[in-house]
Design a protein around this ligand. Structure first.
Ligand code: FO1
Length: 316
């Protein structure tokens, strides 16, 4: 069974760890968010895709959820000593990946192509594709001004309220003209099941759907699409998803999450703590599937993956 997954960073990667325990990797295509990519110190950094790569290959730092385990920070110490930018923490091992990938991009290789080598180099057998090879950058509009995603998320610790999101070209001004990376639309069209990971709908999944052709391809599906809610009891485990839903969608119920994916999903996996929301989810034409969604260990990750795979009753 071929499964294509739209994934953000930390929550998405944790969910995928469970999925690779229950499905052969060769049946899985992950379409990753690049809206929070950035260029820093001359390096191209793709945090969400790298988080998936590191987490699934076992190279990731489990506690932080991003970056590499057993990391050292000597390169960044030198940058600090020289008065350079150190607000975004890049470890020495992580920098190795950025050096390799940035060189390939400078030589003109598309991101999707270099990611094939990197994925194999980390011992993974699944397909990990950026949503686009073009530039699409998430900008966050706040009462304090508009910021590129990582400036708001990391440098400003996502403290500013969010009035809106925009998905722009590399100049941060023009609308993006990003088209789907090779293989992305095909992976959506040929899947037996589409999944959306428990990620922030606004900053992780929407930038994927904003790439030309991707939303339309998901909408035109002939197979089920199942999303997993990132909220438990209306709260995010980590990060600003609950605050954003409150301000941008008017609430944090499972129905508010389902409302972010109107016309795109057939089922929503939601936590037992949100079981009161099932009728409101069903009223949207989305099948609610109630289970435990907190991913604490391999068993709970696997159970969540199985619940998502079984959510429409058509698989497993
Ligand atoms: N998140 C932080 O909160 N602070 C950091 O300094 C930071 C550095 C970083 C470096 C590489 C990488 O792949 C991810 C990194 N992240 C950091 C995580 C990242 O900013 C966010 O988790 C995602 O972009 C949100 O999905």
């Amino acid at each position: 069974m071929k499964v294509t997954v739209l994934s953000g960073g930390v929550g998405g990667a944790r969910f995928l760890r469970g999925l690779i325990d229950v499905l052969p990797q060769s049946d899985i295509t992950v379409i990753g968010n690049v809206g929070d990519d950035l260029e820093l110190l001359g390096l191209h950094i793709s945090p969400d895709i790298d988080t998936v790569l590191y987490t699934l290959s076992g190279a990731g730092d489990a506690e932080r959820g991003w970056g590499r385990a057993d990391e050292a920070w000597r390169a960044l110490d030198t940058v600090a000593q020289l008065g350079g930018d150190t607000w975004f923490l890049l470890g020495d091992r992580d920098i190795g990946l950025h050096l390799y990938r940035t060189e390939a991009l400078r030589k003109g290789e598309p991101l999707s192509s270099v990611m094939v080598r990197i994925t194999r180099g980390f011992g993974l057998d699944l397909t990990l594709l950026p949503a686009t090879d073009g530039a699409l950058r998430t900008w966050v509009d706040t009462p304090a001004g508009s910021f590129p995603f990582q400036q708001w998320f990391v440098a400003r610790r996502h403290e500013d309220d969010v009035d809106g999101l925009r998905y722009l070209a590399a100049d941060g001004v023009s609308p993006h003209a990003a088209t789907a990376a090779p293989g992305v639309l095909e992976a959506i069209a040929s899947a037996d099941l589409l999944l959306i990971t428990p990620s922030n709908p606004y900053v992780s999944i929407e930038p994927i759907l904003a790439v030309a052709g991707i939303r339309e391809a998901v909408r035109a599906r002939t197979v089920p699409c199942v999303a997993v809610s990132p909220l438990i009891g209306g709260k995010a485990i980590k990060g600003p998803a609950d605050r954003m839903l409150t301000r941008l969608a008017g609430g944090t119920s499972a129905a508010h999450v389902a409302g972010c994916y109107t016309g795109l999903i057939d089922a929503l996996v939601l936590d037992e703590e949100d079981a009161d929301d099932t009728s409101a989810v069903a009223a949207l034409g989305v099948r609610p599937v109630v289970t435990r969604t907190l991913m604490r260990d391999p068993a709970t990750r696997r159970a969540l993956a199985e619940a998502a795979l079984g959510a429409t009753g058509s698989v497993l």
